[in-house]
Design a protein around this ligand. Sequence first.
Ligand code: BJ8
Length: 382
Amino acid sequence: MTNLPEKFESFNEARRAGFIKAKEIKESGKKMVGVFCTYTPVEIPMAAGAVTVGVCGVSEEAIPDAEKVLPRNLCPLIKSSYGHAITDTCPYFYFSDMLIGETTCDGKKKMYEELAKIKPTHVMHLPNMQRGEYTYKLWKEEIKVLKEETEKALGVTISDQDIRDAIKDKNEERRLLKEYYELAKLNPSPLSGMELHQVLYQSGFKFDRADLKDELRNIIDSVKQKYQEGNCQNNIDKPRILITGSPIGGISEKIITTIEDSGASIVAYELCGAIRNNDSLVDEENEDVYDALTEKYLSIGCSCMMHNDNRMEMLDRLADEYKVDGVIDVALQACHTFNVESFRVKQLMNNKNIAYMAIETDYSKSDTEQLRTRFEAFIEMI
Ligand code: BJ8
């Protein structure tokens, strides 16, 4: 029995419903900015009065078109994003006035070169190490350059106060999302893995900021109340699973449903679009807004960083806080950084006596049954 209120239904379809909203936003004269990555300091386009939207592709339909230009042996997220862009099948890409990318993995960098031929694209130079003064200065400077490029592209002026207001606004959303996903620390979790995922992922497509926050508040309160009344779809015997790795927006059904059908309860997502973005806030007290943004965004633990200790520290902490029994590490096909880093995650979990498995998959459904067999065996073994 679900603990979610009826309002949750609007999160299930937010990405699709947002297509019409995006059109209305554009017709009202507002600007839209497409982003690809958790490293994007979205407070800058927000400070410009623009609506930000994630434009990472999540379906396999456009991949054959992308493969006319990009190699087949490339991450499906990149091929899908590019394929939808060139075939005009992603309304969010179509309505975006500007795209923001970062020098993260090699595939994305090279895709941005191609995208820039069809849409104004600004690529931020993200350092690939997180330590030292030089790195910090470089990223701070890049955020200032982003502010200038956004001003030029959208024909606006962005003040420090605009950025401060955007920081506050985004932090409020992060606090609510965090309060929501932390409900899964309860044992048993009051949420199914899909309910946990959908609210986190789909909230990025709810463009009315006040409505989004109201709905999140409503959902959190409803889940808490129903749980206190004794409603819970999980039982205490289900193994508690943490998912980590590449973004799973394009494979959520295949991964989440199959794992939970195999008898487990997913309680945490150390992923972009989930805990990786929302765990830490931007410091609202810092008088220098660029310092505040630099600190927050440079600390993100993505595998594209060399010596990615921040991800390991987060995984170590989350495994304890969420009382995790097993970790499933998901790498998208040809995602070398997450694939290589899986060895380190495995060692960490072995040392903590937590069951661990790694999978590599793409956006097709053809390996669903094979994955099901592997998930069943893993969960049985826990
Ligand atoms: S901060 S995870 S959103 S880079 S899965 S395209 S890394 S080959 S998406 Fe990512 Fe930013 Fe990191 Fe998050 Fe490349 Fe890997 Fe594909 Fe990836």
